[in-house]
Design a protein around this ligand. Structure first.
Ligand code: SF4
Ligand code: SF4
Length: 446
């Protein structure tokens, strides 16, 4: 029997805590009286604001127009009146403009049957521009605009189209629920993207702790006669990191500093496939997403379908509130997510989870000196030497940190997780990368 596939270097096995929500059907989150809609919810140029204070907007109206080639439209998640345009901070520390909308008027989609559209009669150009118009971005956390990813540069072709359904971050189960509850829709979204990419192979990679989803998708694929393979993967973090997944499924290594297309691969998250289906078949822009709300301090952990712009506070209230005061609230997963200090932070297209963790769940200890134990080195899936890079950053030796592979770090947090001295390695790498980018922008401006 062949061994279950995985990536070869490093990796860790944290407790996955998924049992709190993996068997819970997705529920609709409450609608709140205001929505705070950031005008940058993607990698790339922020949107140009199309509304001003006092304007009335319809549900699904474009309020932020794509601000460049790498950018994605933003639509109003609710009907209402623009009461303010203000600066807010996203969990990753980025300051962005946000449109505050007070809910008023009629919802045009909520509670109504959607008309189904046939994408098969559309040209590839029409499909591409619909994906762009609907503001679809990668929903696995990367938030890269999907229409850009699906536009192959001249002379390049996609050999393998990989659907990332790994969901290796502890606690998170939104992708798992999407596959179980919207399997047919996900597969149709994949078919739409297959039309644009004409890949030789299409593979859905799923960690083997979701065998119910593997079995379901395999049977739907057989029933519909689709050219898609489902491959279960070893449960090992970070199996879902793009380069690791490509290595595990194709055996190919994406060279340092290069994109997956270098080895003929395009990746899409399973939630993105659902958004593509909704855009083309339901004519629906990205105005909502499924969010896992979990952690030891949440009374009733759940998966909620929430409108973009809904506050974290409202989703936590939908889950019965806190059972105890959390020590930390995180946007995303515990390994790669960001600490949140304001519960009025809004859900964006990239919010996969909200976690409220107790002291029992996090290792909150003061950092001590490096013990030279090497655990960070053996856990790094990119084959880096985290302790060495951290020291270079600590001593302001950016060039040496770059040479040691700083930019190859995928910020998976495995090294920090394993470090017995509690050294905040990944935070150091994030800070180090910011300095490097600032320096290179300064150099370019000279
Ligand atoms: S955070 Fe970076 S350095 Fe640390 S294990 Fe992950 S890839 Fe390696
Ligand atoms: S795991 Fe921590 S203590 Fe061990 S070598 Fe790495 S940085 Fe030092």
């Amino acid at each position: 029997m062949s061994r279950i596939k995985t990536f070869p270097k490093g990796g860790i096995h944290p407790t996955d805590y998924k049992e709190a929500t993996c068997n819970k059907e997705v529920q609709n989150a409450s609608l709140t009286s205001t929505a705070i809609v950031p005008l940058s919810q993607h990698i790339g140029a922020p949107c140009e604001c199309l509304v001003k204070k006092g304007d009335l907007v319809e549900e699904e109206q474009i309020i932020g127009k794509s601000g460049g080639f790498v950018s994605a439209n933003i639509h109003s998640p609710v009907p209402g009146e623009v009461i303010e345009i203000k600066q807010i901070f996203l969990p990753n520390g980025m300051a962005v403009e946000a449109v505050v909308i007070e809910v008023k008027g009629e919802f045009k989609r909520l509670g109504k049957e959607s008309l189904l559209h046939d994408w098969r009669v559309m040209t590839n150009e029409e499909i591409s521009s619909k994906i762009a118009e609907m503001g679809i971005v990668g929903q696995g956390g990367a938030t890269f605009p999907t229409h850009v990813k699906l536009t192959l540069p001249k002379g390049k072709s996609c050999e393998t189209f990989i659907i990332n359904a790994v969901e290796c971050e502890p606690y998170l189960t939104s992708d798992h629920r999407v596959m179980l509850e919207k399997g047919s829709e996900v597969l149709e979204g994949i078919q739409i993207m297959q039309r644009l990419l004409s890949p030789l192979n299409t593979i859905i990679g799923i960690e083997s702790n979701k065998m119910d989803a593997v079995t379901l998708l395999q049977s739907l694929i057989a029933e519909k006669g689709l050219d898609i393979e489902v491959i279960p993967l070893e449960v090992k973090y970070p199996q879902g990191a793009e380069k690791n997944l490509i290595k595990a499924l194709t055996g190919n290594e994406v060279p340092s500093g290069k994109l997956p297309l270098e080895v003929g691969v395009i990746n899409a998250n399973v939630g993105t496939c659902l958004s593509v289906y909704e855009a083309l078949v339901l004519n629906k822009p990205v105005i909502e997403r499924i969010v896992t709300v979990s952690g030891g301090a949440i009374k009733n952990p759940s998966n909620l379908k929430a409108r973009v712009g809904t506050s974290f506070r409202s989703l936590i209230e939908d889950c019965g509130g806190f059972s105890e005061e959390p020590v930390k609230v995180i946007a995303g997963g515990p390994m790669m997510g960001f600490a949140v200090y304001d519960l009025d932070t809004p859900v964006t297209k990239g919010t996969s989870g909200i976690l409220a963790l107790t002291a029992r769940e996090i290792k909150a200890s003061r950092p001590t000196s490096c013990l030279s134990c090497g655990r960070c080195v053996s856990s790094c899936p990119m084959g880096l030497n985290p302790t060495k890079i951290f020291k270079f950053i600590d001593f302001n030796m950016s060039d040496q940190a770059l040479e040691a592979g700083l930019m190859d770090c995928v910020e998976c947090g495995s090294c920090s997780f394993m470090c017995p001295a509690h050294i905040p390695l990944v935070q150091g790498f994030r800070g180090g990368k910011k300095i490097v980018r600032k320096n290179s922008m300064k150099k370019a401006g000279q």
